[in-house]
Ligand binder design. Sequence first.
Ligand code: ADQ
Length: 466
Amino acid sequence: MTRLVNVSNRVALPSGSSNAAGGLAVGVLAALREHGGIWFGWNGRTVKGEPAGPQLTQDGNITYATIELSERSHELYYNGFANTSLWPVCHYLLGYFRYERREFDEYRRVNSLFARKLIPLLRPDDLIWVHDYHLIPLASELRRAGINNPIGFFLHVPFPALEMLRVLPVYQQLLRALCAYDVVGFHTPRDLRCFRDALDSQGLGDGAGADRRNHANGARMHADVFPIGIDVDECQQLAMQTGEHDHVKRMVKHLHGRQLLIGVDRLDYSKGLEERFQAFTRLLENYPANRNQVSYIQVAPKTRTGVRAYDDIREALEQTAGQINGRFADIDWVPVRYLNRAFDRATLMGFFRESSVGLVTPVRDGMNLVVKEFIASQPLYDPGMPVLSSLAGAAHELSDAILVNPYDVDGVADAMHRALNMSEGERRERHSSMLAVLRRNDITAWRTRFVEALLQAQGQNQTADP
Ligand code: ADQ
């Protein structure tokens, strides 16, 4: 039987809970849950010497195959090239960008290590699905070792415009590496356009559809849009069931009937948290009637500790939250509660359901699943409204959210005020049209369409084989 082999930098093992805070993990698990298969990647542990693995853990129909990384690789490949070169370029945030040749060399070495450790687990009819920017060269490494299975790549972050991409000294190598895949997927048509532009600039596209011969056997690469979605029913059910959970009950009790604005993000500079805190301050300044009438909860568990920019942002946000509370709090009111920790999904969906406004204002985001979860968790009779950054991929599908430019602090404050005061009729109308979009492009549609594209590639490869 055809198996699906998912490969991502990090594997969220079923035993660990904090790993689950991340959109990629949510997507990969959903991709595997239905038909089972292998999830291959790093287990999160670093070692001084030779990394061990793969270690296999079975959970239901999913085999988790995990390897270790050396401390050096973790520093140069993960903290270095992946998260200090590629991540800032993909998010148009050059202030955080740095390039070091030895970090890129280690990035290639780790991709070759992934290939070597993965190959013994592969069967000839497996479909291989590689996730995200950490593993762009993996297909070329596998091809070099003679692996002819269909290999797909899905980019969870934005694909930057050519003028941004060109900042990376090695962008041409990365483009060539992407051409070794059978299927390359993006969240939005804009990402796909940028990719095709970049290919054309190198003479790698056909100028019309990014079709390109990528194998010795003449098979073609297929680039397309696969917007990631969520399991709408699961979110709705979790949200409805968790009203009685301790965390949710305690949170509601402390609101004392005030309207709630909520933000839930990984603690990352791309999520626009500092700008969002400023916008909340501006809401209280520009619309003083909201003082003591609204509360803002920001949930943000830390990620990528050890990367300087991530440690800095955590400190900056703690200070800003303290300043807002110092300036506006009353004996019976704490304006901002900033929770630097992860919660289980059920609790988050319960929080969303109790909120009037979902604040999703990244300064750049591939898609953003939080806004989709927020919408799905709302009660149909009295739904809350998302304030959504037009610079998140999700804005392409969710034009009925209140769209904002996250850098326009006054504009975001206006949008918060508008969301807090929108009539029930308008909220219901917008919510029902957004829910229809979520159902059309749900997680099953994402997975099914990507796997179908891989199966098609398999068919073509077989036909093209001599
Ligand atoms: P992320 O940048 O991690 O994902 P996002 O899409 O919002 O961003 O996904 C976050 C996921 O983690 C959501 O399912 C959310 O519920 C969960 N989460 C966030 N904070 C949490 C917390 N405090 N506790 C527990 N869970 C938490 C990357 C890209 C996105 C893209 C996804 C999927 O950056 O643009 O949408 O992959 O492709």
